[in-house]
Each structure stands twice: as C-alpha cells, then as structure tokens.
Design a protein. Structure first.
Ligand code: HEC
Ligand code: HEC
Ligand code: HEC
Ligand code: HEC
Length: 332
C-alpha cells in the first residue's frame, strides 16, 4: 500500500508518518487516507484520470485488499470494461466511494472489517459470560453508546470479535483496552463506532440506490455483513485454540513480545500455527468480506470463505498435535 498503509497504523508508526512535518501534509494535502497525487497525477491533475477506476488499481490490489480484482470480476466492472469509461450503466470505484466528488473516501466497516463494540453490546455479553462481569462492566464504561444500523448485535458476535481484538493486542486477556486500543482505534480510527458507521452506511446505500431499489441494496449489505459475522465465528475458534496453548504453557511467549498470540507480528510469527492465524486475518477473512461487498462471488467464496475454513481446521488439528507432543515430552 501507500505510505500510510495500516501496517504503519497498527505498528504505532502512524504518528511519525503524519507528524514528520508537524502535521502540515496531513492537514493541507490529504483527503481521508490518501495524498492528492495518489489519484491525480502530479503533472496533469486531470479529473478524467482521477475518475477512472484504474487510478485506484496500483494500491487496491493484491494480497490483503484485492478490490481491483474483485471489481473487475464483478458484474459492475465487467460492464465498465465492455462499455468503456463513458458508460452510465456501470458504477466505478468512484461512483460508490466518491459519490458526487466527495473526497472523504471512507467506509462503514473500514479496511479490516472491525468495529468497536458499543456499551450495550458489552452489557449484553455479560449475560453470556457472567464470570467476566467485572471486567466487562469496566470495558462497557469506556465504550460509546448506540446501535449499528442494519446489524443484529448478538452477544456471540460481540464475543467472537472480542477474541479477534485480543489477538490483535487491542484488548488484553481481561478484555481491558490496551495502549494499542488508543493508537489504532481512537487515534487511527481503524475500527469505527456506531455514529460514523451509520453515517457511512447511509451514504453508500444512497449511492447504490441511484441504480438499485433500496430493498435490493439493504439485502446485499445484510448478506455481506453476515459474511463478516460468520467469518468471525469460525475464526474465533482458531484464536481460542492458540490462546489456550499459551495459557497451558505449550507455546511460550517469544522474547520482546508484549502480546501472544499477536496478529500484528504478521509474517514474523514464530510458529506455523500462528502464521496460519495471521493469514486468516489478512488474507482469507479480508477476501471473504471484501468480495461480498464488491459483488465478486468467487472471491468471497473460493478465495475467502473456503480457505478460511480449511485454515481453521488445520489450526485446530495442529493445536491437538502440539498438546499431545507436550504431554508425551512431560512423561519422559
Ligand atoms: C482517492 C482518489 C483521490 C484523491 C486522494 C484526491 N482526489 Fe481529487 N478527485 C478525485 C476524483 C475521482 C475526482 C472527480 C470527482 C467528480 O467530479 O466526480 C476529483 C476531483 C477533484 C477536483 C475537481 C477537478 C475538476 O476539474 O473539477 C479537485 C480540484 C480535486 N479533486 C482536488 C484534490 C486535492 C487537492 C486532493 C488532495 C488534497 C485530491 N483531490 C485528492 C479523486 C481523488
Ligand atoms: C497510492 C495508493 C492509493 C491509491 C492510488 C488509492 N488509495 Fe485508497 N487507500 C490507500 C491507503 C493507504 C488507504 C488507507 C488504508 C487504511 O485504512 O489504513 C486507503 C483507503 C481507502 C478507503 C477507505 C477504507 C476505510 O478505511 O474505510 C477507500 C474506500 C479507498 N481507499 C478507495 C480508493 C479509491 C476509490 C481510489 C481511486 C479513486 C483509491 N482509494 C486510490 C491507498 C490508495
Ligand atoms: C458498487 C459499488 C462499489 C464499487 C464499484 C466499488 N466499491 Fe469498494 N466498497 C463498496 C462497499 C459497499 C464496501 C463496504 C462498505 C462498508 O463497509 O459498509 C466497499 C469497501 C471498500 C473498501 C474497504 C475494505 C473493503 O473492501 O471492504 C475499499 C478500500 C474499497 N471498497 C475500494 C474500492 C476500489 C479501489 C474499487 C474499484 C476498484 C471499489 N472499491 C469499487 C462498494 C463499491
Ligand atoms: C451506476 C449504476 C449502479 C450503481 C451505482 C450500483 N450498481 Fe449494482 N449493478 C448495476 C448494473 C447495471 C448491474 C447489472 C444488472 C443487470 O443484470 O442488468 C448491477 C448488478 C449488481 C449486483 C448483481 C451482481 C451479480 O453478480 O448478479 C449486485 C449485488 C449489485 N449490483 C449491488 C450493488 C451495490 C451494493 C451497489 C452500491 C454499493 C451498487 N450495486 C451500485 C448498476 C449499478
């Protein structure tokens, strides 16, 4: 990605990138996340160039964010490529993400498909996990109040997401916010609260509504949201299995790590089981939900959902093996 990918954000290096000049570049030259010359090239600054979906393709492609591949393999992108740039039938990236020239360029879920649980979500969770009552009450006090439009907020999903946030080092073992919570959620806004989520979702629905009925659009959003929910549920099982290996002393926290498992160690993860865990987060889960939103069924299913399930099975099997080996080694 560009200079300010979420790698920087999640590493906590984001501040350095944005403040190297006292915040001048960020405040004067950036809309949303990208610099002007990300889409407008420096020497021409032609509007037609910035408005072409190919202008987004050098960054929004590949491993963890193949929106270009998804778009071009969706019905939208196919019509665009058949009819050409003057097509009025086919939406481009800009039709949906920069409607009416809006330079904010933000989405409801954000890049990682994470959102902040609300106070109400966490209080409901106490009924499911009463043993955690004190911790969860403390956490609830730190969270915004409200409701995410169009999403059911069942406690199981809140719990699954809490495990993902733990694996990202954003919540600690007792569900308390860590300093990464402040860096990535509060400062870098990697995850969104209900107010912003609802605003961005309504904006997007309106853009789709120019060509589709609102019922059709809401159905599409609902089924795409459901992909995140289902992916989170399967993924959380794998996270719990790896967490238990640490808890039972079968895996040892590597030196210098503050959290373990830690998804933000990326490919520096020390064991193959944790490599799998990171690949699910950055590759399979991303493709499943991004493919769903971008109406690319093949990406959603075969590049996302299917390998996600395979990887989770492998993690569960590997965890059992590691346990058995550990037991055997102790007996000797
Ligand atoms: C994410 C891509 C993107 C980024 C980043 C971006 N722009 Fe744009 N810009 C566009 C698109 C697309 C249009 C055409 C919008 C429309 O009218 O539909 C546009 C239109 C414009 C126009 C109107 C041009 C005209 O001829 O009417 C101006 C001025 C402009 N941008 C300035 C900027 C500046 C200044 C920045 C940096 C602060 C910037 N843009 C960053 C994509 C981008
Ligand atoms: C030079 C690379 C680059 C180009 C070109 C670029 N982007 Fe981005 N875009 C980024 C980066 C980096 C982010 C921030 C990722 C993150 O959220 O951490 C981003 C974020 C976004 C987001 C926000 C996701 C969220 O967090 O809500 C959208 C939507 C988006 N870009 C759309 C576009 C569109 C549409 C174009 C073309 C008109 C475009 N981008 C061109 C690099 C680029
Ligand atoms: C038909 C409308 C549409 C088109 C065309 C479209 N997107 Fe999206 N995009 C969406 C929707 C809907 C979401 C999810 C919004 C949410 O979070 O609720 C999304 C999400 C995103 C995100 C955030 C991460 C993700 O994938 O969920 C990025 C970045 C992005 N789009 C970039 C692009 C780029 C680049 C293109 C063109 C190659 C593009 N989009 C084409 C509708 C569109
Ligand atoms: C500029 C018009 C336009 C906009 C805006 C638009 N679409 Fe479409 N969409 C189309 C066209 C045209 C088709 C092809 C319909 C057909 O079969 O004739 C289509 C097809 C679809 C399909 C069916 C894809 C398939 O594989 O069968 C889905 C789902 C969809 N759009 C969702 C969305 C969503 C969600 C948004 C907003 C995020 C959106 N569209 C925005 C024009 C648009």
């Amino acid at each position: 990605m560009g200079r300010k990918g979420y790698l920087g954000v999640m590493d906590g290096n984001n501040d350095a990138v944005l403040k190297h000049d006292g915040g001048k570049e960020a405040s004067e030259y950036r809309y949303g996340n990208a610099q002007c010359d990300a889409c407008h090239t420096r020497h021409s600054f032609k509007k037609s160039e910035a408005a072409d979906p190919r202008a987004c393709s050098n960054c929004h492609m590949g491993f963890d964010h193949p929106q270009w591949e998804m778009y071009t393999s969706s019905k939208h992108g196919i019509i665009w490529s058949i009819e050409g740039k003057d097509s009025t039938r086919a939406p481009t990236c800009q039709t949906c993400h920069m409607h009416g020239g809006d330079h904010e360029v933000r989405t409801a879920w954000g890049f990682l498909g994470l959102r902040i649980p609300t106070k109400e979500n966490v209080l409901a969770l106490i009924k499911v996990a009463p043993a955690q009552k004190d911790n969860l009450t403390k956490l609830a006090a730190a969270l915004p109040s409200g409701h995410y439009d169009g999403l059911d907020d069942d406690p199981q999903w809140t719990y699954d997401r809490a495990l993902i946030l733990q694996a990202a080092g954003v919540l600690d073992g007792n569900f308390q916010p860590t300093e990464r919570f402040v860096e990535s959620v509060v400062q870098a806004q990697v995850a969104r609260g209900p107010e912003e989520f609802n605003k961005e979702r309504a904006k997007m629905n309106k853009a789709c509504n120019e060509c589709h009925s609102i019922g059709f659009v809401e159905d599409h959003m609902k089924s795409s949201d459901d992909i995140i929910k289902r992916a989170d549920h399967v993924y959380a099982k794998a996270i719990a299995a790896v967490q238990a290996l640490y808890k039972d002393g079968i895996l040892k926290k590597p030196e210098g790590w503050k959290y373990a498992p830690d998804l933000l160690q990326y490919y520096d993860a020390k064991t193959s089981i944790e490599q799998e865990l990171y690949l699910i987060m950055l590759e399979h889960r991303q493709r499943a939900f991004q493919g769903a939103f971008h109406a690319s069924n093949d990406y959603m299913h075969w590049y996302g959902w299917a390998p996600l399930n395979t990887a989770v099975n492998e993690i569960l099997e590997e965890a059992q093996k590691l346990r058995a080996e550990h037991k055997l080694a102790k007996k000797k």
